[in-house]
Design a protein around this ligand. Sequence first.
Ligand SMILES: Cc1cc2nc3c(=O)[nH]c(=O)nc-3n(C[C@H](O)[C@H](O)[C@H](O)COP(=O)(O)OP(=O)(O)OC[C@H]3O[C@@H](n4cnc5c(N)ncnc54)[C@H](O)[C@@H]3O)c2cc1C
Length: 311
Amino acid sequence: MAGILVYSDKTALALELLSAAAAIAVREGLEIKAVSINNAAQAGELAARGAETYQISAPGLLVADTAAVAFCLKQAVDKLGADTVLLSSDRRGKELAGRLAQMLDAGCLTDVKGLEAAGGRTGFVRNALGGATVAVQVLKGPRRVLAVSPGAFSPQEPKAGGSIKELEVETKPSGIKLVETREKAADTVDIASARTLVVVGQGLEDKADLPAAEKLAAVLGGEVACSKPVATDKKWLPEERVIGLSGKICKPDLALILGVSGQVQFTVGIREAKTIVSINSDPNAYMNQMADYVLVADLKDALPDLVRALE
Ligand SMILES: Cc1cc2nc3c(=O)[nH]c(=O)nc-3n(C[C@H](O)[C@H](O)[C@H](O)COP(=O)(O)OP(=O)(O)OC[C@H]3O[C@@H](n4cnc5c(N)ncnc54)[C@H](O)[C@@H]3O)c2cc1C
């Protein structure tokens, strides 16, 4: 029977892929198998979620070497009879998706965030035209490689029936030499799971006003996020806090948006918020059209007033 093969080097994402695989399997009657490479703990987690898990032991293989990982996965796909591969649509997963699809001569979609019926086939929901629209796309070839956006599916719940087997594959010497491993100086905040976000845009003209936005977030029990230029151009906040096409997709209960114009590359990351409040000095800002509440005001006045009123 044709099947789905699931792989991510990150266990949390692999568990989400199992849910995505289950949703496809229900529609198409496919078997689900999972692969873990050099990660016994992950194999255990996958099996505990009911997955028929294949453990690949490849000494010396770097998971960052997507060419080497794709070489292993291609063999796993052939040996296990899979015709659909699910990968995570994070940076490494997207690179892997392209490489593996090329090796398998398969169709490939990245940033998949949902499934929909499409003329008797499974359609994959993704942003299109730079986030200006949402498209439902179908891969018609015999093989598919799909990279699924982190957070698009909930992690698979624990389930009986899983198993772990060894899978032998050939490995090639890596062209990449690991020189050093360093902890990423990461922001520990996950804006994608915050229920309240105070989002800073370029309308916050002075960095000295940033603490007021942080205070507002603290008063509301939320987190600070930002538009892309605030992180990449001004470097006021880390890139982990960017909302949008090149940042995170967030679905908070409340998004208080300060001085953001509302270009589509930003709004694609916040349009599923339950309540949006936009504060902008321009009454015609695009952001205001999407907002539930709009305050036309200069942030220089509005921000301190809001902090005073709420604390
Ligand atoms: C391929 C691609 C990917 C991209 N990905 C992203 C992404 O993931 N996330 C993202 O955010 N952007 C992204 N961008 C950039 C995006 O197109 C916009 O340029 C960006 O979102 C604009 O940021 P902003 O709204 O903060 O700034 P601006 O567009 O400069 O808007 C500032 C707003 O603040 C208002 N304002 C100014 N002064 C005040 C004041 N004193 N008080 C109140 N309001 C004031 C203005 O009226 C304006 O509406 C991407 C672009 C490309 C091409």
